[in-house]
Design a binder for this molecule. Structure first.
Ligand SMILES: NC(=O)c1ccc[n+]([C@@H]2O[C@H](COP(=O)([O-])OP(=O)(O)OC[C@H]3O[C@@H](n4cnc5c(N)ncnc54)[C@H](O)[C@@H]3O)[C@@H](O)[C@H]2O)c1
Length: 255
């Protein structure tokens, strides 16, 4: 699929990798809507870029439905979804104050996993109803989820986060298989350590220590490198049903 013929939805688009992806796709000629809870962040980005900002809580059915109605009315039927909305809190299963509250575990699953699926199902429905495919191979859409290397090597404190990202990895193939008959591809990117506001929340020495663990290149990834991979996935129609690590070969240690 050519990027300049797409209408793309990017969740978590107000910040970090989502914002970098929105910028990249716009530069390549796509029409882009960014969905995020952070209204102020949406406004700031929309003042800089020609994006459609939509306030949306990805965990809520009504909010997501309203976002898709607005998107289709203002931009048209989406052909690309990039799911970036997510949170990354760390908490031990048994901490100083006792067992991890169940609500804390559920919240991570709710936003990272159920939120991704909520938007994915609406995007897939919209894409599959496109009467004519884009090209002779029958492509109707591309869906890209964001997991994490924590799906494979979660650290202490990442039980909920790793569970949410592992589930995203696990659902990639069955959804790709199901949507193949519509010409919709489903891929997942599993980033390692990326220099975004999420990462900036960690103390500098933790960031430096993490960067030293990356075999090559010895640094955190740039959000633009995630966006670049999104572009390659959109354009290369043989990429389907797979998870790509974007991590400089890091295999995270236990903490
Ligand atoms: N930064 C990293 O090192 C890293 C590594 C691996 C995976 N990831 C994943 O990449 C994705 C993007 O992360 P980032 O680093 O760009 O983070 P970020 O914090 O910069 O951006 C995440 C965005 O998601 C939004 N969001 C959170 N909850 C939401 C909800 N319920 N509805 C709508 N929007 C919501 C936030 O408002 C924010 O704008 C996340 O899924 C994260 O888990 C990040």
């Amino acid at each position: 699929m050519q990027i300049n013929e797409t209408i793309a939805v990017v969740t978590g688009g107000a910040s970090g990798m989502g914002a970098a992806t929105a910028r990249f796709l716009l530069e390549k000629g796509a029409k882009v809507a960014i969905l995020d809870l952070n209204e102020a962040g949406l406004k700031t980005l929309a003042a800089q870029l020609d994006v459609l900002p939509i306030v949306c809580d990805v965990t809520r059915e009504d909010s997501a439905l309203a976002a898709f109605e607005e998107l289709e009315a203002k931009l048209g039927r989406p052909s690309v979804l990039v799911n970036c909305a997510g949170i990354c809190p760390a908490q031990r299963v048994v901490g100083k104050e006792g067992p991890m509250p169940l609500e804390a575990f559920s919240r991570v699953i709710d936003i990272n996993l159920i939120g991704s699926f909520n938007i994915l199902r609406l995007a897939a429905a919209a894409m599959s109803s496109r009467p004519e495919p884009f090209n002779s191979s029958g492509e109707r859409g591309v869906i890209i989820n964001t997991a994490s290397v924590a799906a494979y090597e979660g650290q202490i404190g990442q039980a909920a986060y790793s569970a949410s990202k592992g589930a995203i990895v696990a659902m990639t193939l069955p959804i790709a298989r199901e949507l193949a008959r519509f010409g919709i591809r489903v891929m997942t990117i599993a980033p390692g350590l990326v220099q975004t506001p999420m990462m900036a929340g960690m103390p500098q020495e933790v960031q430096d220590s993490l960067a030293r663990q990356v075999p090559f290149p010895k640094r955190l990834a740039r959000p633009s490198e995630f966006a670049q991979l999104v572009g390659q996935i959109i354009e290369n129609e043989m990429l389907n049903g797979e998870v790509i690590r974007l991590d400089g070969a890091i295999r995270m240690q236990e903490k």
